[in-house]
Design a binder for this molecule. Structure first.
Ligand SMILES: NC(=O)c1ccc[n+]([C@@H]2O[C@H](COP(=O)([O-])OP(=O)(O)OC[C@H]3O[C@@H](n4cnc5c(N)ncnc54)[C@H](OP(=O)(O)O)[C@@H]3O)[C@@H](O)[C@H]2O)c1
Length: 323
């Protein structure tokens, strides 16, 4: 069994594995098929066996399916897992309708999540986005009340601005910031990342592969039925340009005897002690490769090649992560 390094989430916060397991793709979120449940559960078990205890979900992933799946997987081994749940996003028929962060709604959401997960307390609970119609004080204040009630252990936030992060942390100490961050998506380095580091907030970095762009497996054009066709990053000239950048990543990976995905994960991991790569893995076969990525280090030259090839703005077009 491999012992994954631990990181602390927030000042005096919990210790969790430096590699996190993202469970989103174990459920149908945009209306696609649900992957085989037995393999998803086996993946969670194997991740826990390897010391990957940070398990990430959202109550809206598959309209509760994801939480029920995790609930089944952690039955009998609750203490092995650190459960992180996002709430507030409202979906209908695979369409994102908006956010509901009214205190009354949050108090309702938590009870359903606890029941679906089959646990008494959620380790990290976080609004998945902010909602300007509800004051930040009320959102964070309501989650702080849930901490007092014993339903939540730590408070997190996701996809917020640097100013919002400071304000939220003033209201109640924030343990973790869940945010999209990769070689292809480095915008947070301008202001959000420095603020999180200054405040000692753990950074749970998702989309390390940038919707698969950095796996090195993508080809232009995408299949017609590929959902990523909706994102400008994967359309026409943008995709051709972006895949040229990925060629550099592929060469660098080949020179190190590893895969482009491993380099993409390792680059995130190398951005600091407070940063955790949160990687979607829906099948056991992903685990050995991604766990091994946590041991990859770069020479200054390699780091320079990555940082210049993938400088901010080098990747053209956006995804749903518009900030
Ligand atoms: N807070 C937010 O707004 C937000 C938004 C999106 C996601 N998240 C969280 O972050 C997690 C990760 O995000 P993500 O799914 O967008 O990004 P990701 O981790 O980059 O995953 C994207 C895809 O990469 C594949 N993959 C994993 N390891 C691979 C490997 N070694 N080689 C080739 N492909 C590999 C996964 O496939 P398989 O699934 O087939 O294994 C997955 O489909 C999610 O599960 C979710 O928990 C949070």
């Amino acid at each position: 069994m491999k012992n994954i390094t631990k990181i602390q989430l927030g000042k005096n916060g919990p210790l969790v594995s430096k590699l996190g397991l993202g469970c989103m793709r174990m459920s149908s979120i945009w209306g696609g098929p649900t992957p085989p449940e037995t393999e998803s559960i086996a993946t969670i078990h194997e991740a826990l066996d390897h010391g990957i205890n940070f398990i990430n979900t959202g109550d809206f992933y598959g309209a509760g399916h994801n939480e029920m799946l995790i609930g089944k997987a952690i039955k009998g081994r609750r203490d092995d897992a650190f459960i992180s749940v996002k709430f507030g996003a409202i979906f209908h028929n695979g369409q994102w309708l908006g956010m509901d962060l009214r205190p009354m709604a949050i108090k309702n959401f938590i009870n359903y999540s606890l029941t679906r997960l089959g646990v008494e307390t959620i380790d990290l609970y976080q609004p998945s986005r902010m909602d300007n119609s509800v004051p930040l004080e009320d959102i964070i204040g309501t989650v702080a009340d849930l901490v007092k009630e014993g339903k939540v252990r730590n408070i997190g936030v996701s996809e917020i601005t640097a100013d919002q992060l400071r304000k939220a942390n003033d209201i109640n100490p924030i343990s973790a910031l869940e945010i999209g961050y990769s070689l292809a998506e480095r915008g947070i380095e301008n202001d959000l990342l420095p603020v999180a580091k200054e405040l000692g907030i753990g950074i749970v970095a998702f989309a390390n592969t940038a919707e698969g762009l950095l796996t090195g497996e993508m080809k232009a054009p995408l299949e017609q039925n590929d959902y990523r066709n909706h994102f400008s990053r994967f359309q026409g000239e943008n995709l051709i340009h972006n895949l040229e950048k990925v060629e550099v990543l592929k060469q660098l990976a080949a020179g190190k005897g590893c895969t482009p995905t491993q380099v993409a994960i390792a680059w995130v991991k190398e951005q600091g002690d407070l940063i955790m790569p949160l990687v979607s893995m829906s099948r056991r076969a992903r685990l050995p490769e991604n766990i091994a990525a946590m041991d990859i280090v770069f020479t200054p030259e390699e780091m320079n090649t990555l940082n210049t090839t993938f400088a901010i703005g080098a990747i053209h077009g956006g995804t749903y992560l518009q900030r």
